[in-house]
Write a protein that binds this ligand. Structure first.
Ligand code: IPE
Length: 185
């Protein structure tokens, strides 16, 4: 359906949120990125952002990556999903204000994992939205998992899977780290 291959851009949580403060977006970074994305004028662009200080502290507190062990984690799942929705809304808002046709798509609504790996993903909504000239904006999320009950789907895994499903040849990853690491920090 889409003739040109999609370009996928991952905005790391370290770029779009403030590390030191829980649930604080870095709105000046988001604004700058929105302007740069507008200026780049790329067709078939999919944006995926990470969780940073919105997603990670909650996912860790409720041990969501490990899957469902006890019922009190369910409110943790809901809170993490809500936090990611809030961050996603802040980002989409800035993109739309910049005049971009950005549309939020929540991974938990069309993706299932098994032991943490994506096993079911319906690419049709994405393909159709891209074909229309819209810009899907996704993020790392909590998702249903066939073996674990639920788990955390990282934006990075989402990007590599989308790249395969959408036949992308370009995946751009924006991160904010202190210098270059020679080993996993
Ligand atoms: C994390 O996504 C999503 C949740 C914690 C729900 P990422 O793993 O892609 O986030 P960053 O980029 O490392 O912050």
């Amino acid at each position: 359906m889409t003739s040109e291959a999609a370009v996928i851009v991952k905005l790391g949580g370290s770029v779009v949120t403030q590390k030191s403060e829980p649930m604080a977006a870095d709105m000046s970074a988001v604004q700058r990125l929105a302007r740069e994305i507008k200026e780049a004028n790329v067709r078939n662009l999919v944006i995926v952002h990470g969780g940073g200080s919105f997603g990670h502290p909650l996912a860790k507190r409720y041990m969501l990556k490990e899957g469902l062990v006890e019922d009190r984690q369910l409110v943790g799942f809901a809170s993490t999903h809500l936090a990611m929705t809030k961050l996603n809304t802040l980002i989409v808002e800035k993109l739309v204000m910049e005049g971009l046709a950005a549309v939020s798509l929540r991974p938990s609504a069309f993706i299932v994992t098994e032991a943490g790996r994506v096993v079911a993903l319906d690419p049709e909504p994405l393909r159709r939205l891209l074909h229309l000239g819209l810009m899907p904006v996704l993020c790392g999320d909590v998702v249903a998992d066939r073996r674990l009950g639920f788990t955390v789907l990282s934006g990075d895994q989402l990007c590599s899977r989308l790249a395969l499903d959408l036949g992308s040849r370009r995946l751009i990853i924006a991160v904010d780290v202190d210098g270059l690491y020679t080993a996993d920090p």
